[in-house]
Design a protein around this ligand. Sequence first.
Ligand code: PHE
Length: 375
Amino acid sequence: MRASQLNNMTERSDFDQTLAELGDTTPESVEARFAELHRSFDDRAGGAKNDGSEWHDLVLFWTGRKSGALSKITDNWLKPAPPTLKRAVGQGLNRLKAHVEAVIEEQRERIEALTDNPPAIRNNFDLSLPGIERAIGTRHLIRQTYEELLCIFAAIGFSVVEGPEIETPYYNFEALNIPEHHPARDNMDTFYIEGARTPHLLRTHTSPMQIRTMEKQPPPVRIVVPGKVYRRDNPDATHGYMFHQIEGLAVDTDITFCDFKGTVEYFAREFLGPKTKTRLRPSYFPFTEPSAEVDATCHVCSGSGCRVCKQSGWIELFGAGMVNPAVYGFVKYDPEKLSGFAFGMGVDRLAMMKYGVTEVPLLFQNDARFLKQFP
Ligand code: PHE
């Protein structure tokens, strides 16, 4: 603040002189001087309140520790005052000081109220502290495995389709050449939907999507179907009531058993490593003929035998086979002209095998200590 901005009676330099030098010799003139100071402070403060830097200057001018007006008044006016004026100077100074401090504090609170944060937070905010780390989730191991598996098939021209988890017995069984009372239904005992007008059930496999796809589109077909399936198994280390599958189906005019075997070998090498070998064991599914279980050399011991493959050197990958011509009859495909292969793999099983997970429940308990191992 410039001296000229004070009033005529009290100049800035006045604070450097004693009252005697200024000519104040009576309590009355001291009182008048303080009253004037009071007024001039109020004038200045009123104008400075809406200007940050002007306000800052004002605060410094009045309350600066060494050369602020209040300090100087104490040093130059109060301390050397003669006993006759001590009381008047002391009172004037105290009143002025209390007023100046009150106005400054009031303004400080006003500024604070304009900002959103409570003062406690702003004042105690330590920018040098590390921030709070919010954990972002990871994709679940099953999701990761799905993506891996689907990519392997997408790379050779399979497209991904999905279908309903609640199915009719026709799609889940009959159209897949599993008539009622067929023993193949035994291991597919499942959950029926209560109160449905026509029978509905939770699908026991993703194979119904073979039928739904062939019903909808003419050949050629090359699809993979990810999805949940349900079976009335008793939960244990390797079983739950729900698990994940990927169905595969390829149908065209010229698909041979060699295409089937080649696709299986390609898949095993992509999923388990380039040195992986495969073998087919005879099996039975009503909707494939011939049917096979696909085995691969163990990815842990490469076939020499270990705990993972139970010393056999082989691990079971999935069930598969050439599409049974009887199935084409249900979807109005010509069995004379068409051929194809199908497979159905258990995603949970493949994930557990590849990543060394031994207990199915671990996959679904959502325990972060488990999930974090598959970032
Ligand atoms: N759907 C059969 C199962 O869940 C697997 C499978 C699919 C077998 C396609 C052959 C062909 O057990």
